[in-house]
Write a protein that binds this ligand. Structure first.
Ligand SMILES: [Cu+2]
Length: 227
């Protein structure tokens, strides 16, 4: 996970970078004491899964940066129409872990769920707005699933209780996932005042107001609190 790049969603929507020169760069940080990392013992399928797993529902850098937080604008600028089909995005299962753990897909876009492990997984989710799925998945079988509606969808495997993945279905192009340093970037913004929202699976949500200037980049820190 360390060294992961900032993931910024542009595919499937018009590339906003071409439209406006403003940019919002920021860091998601955990305020206060970082909870100690947790491990859990693995009792089945150790030959693939290993003997223990790190519980990665909250990964914080030594500087307090939060990995895998999803940041978006509550009041996005209007973006030009784009008829290109949304790209396919993959979420793999490796050593009994969803990789990447958090992905953003535009509404109407598709995730190809993969299984690189030499054992059976099961892909299970009961979203609210999107269709539910519960599929057994042998090694090498790709399962494409389309997500029509904006929502945060939790994905799990019934065979390996610790496995957790998140599909964030985006309503517009201005979403980003924070990297291992907690950093994110939302490019292609016109100047203006925005409400920036952040969600992290264990920390919940927070929001903050920011005025984006042109030329940029404008920088901000989004603080989250352990609970
Ligand atoms: Cu599994």
């Amino acid at each position: 996970m360390l060294g992961a790049v900032v993931l910024t969603l542009v595919g499937g929507f018009p590339t906003p970078r071409a439209a406006w020169g403003g940019s919002l760069k920021g860091t998601v940080v955990l305020k206060g004491t970082t909870p100690a990392p947790r491990k859990l013992a693995v009792t089945i399928d150790q030959y693939v899964c290993g003997k223990e797993k790190n519980v990665e529902d909250l990964v914080v850098s030594p500087q307090g940066g939060v990995l895998n937080a999803v940041v978006w604008l509550d009041n996005p600028p209007a973006s030009p129409r784009n008829d290109a089909p949304p790209p396919a995005i993959a979420m793999d299962q490796k050593e009994c872990t969803f990789v990447p753990r958090v992905v953003v897909v535009p509404a109407g876009g598709r995730i190809d769920f993969l299984n690189s492990d030499r054992l059976l997984h099961n892909l299970h989710s009961t979203p609210n707005a999107n269709p539910a799925f519960n599929r057994t998945q042998p090694r090498g079988r790709a399962i494409p699933i389309t997500f029509p509606h904006p929502e945060i969808v939790r994905v799990s495997c019934d065979l390996h209780s610790w496995m957790r993945g998140w599909v964030v279905v985006a309503a517009h192009p201005f979403y980003a996932v924070s990297d291992a340093g907690g950093q994110f970037e939302l490019p292609g913004l016109p100047p203006g005042r925005y409400t920036v929202r952040v969600w992290q699976e264990r920390l919940g949500t927070a929001s903050s107001e920011i005025v984006v200037a042109d030329p940029g980049p404008t920088t901000m820190t989004l603080e989250m609190t352990a609970r």
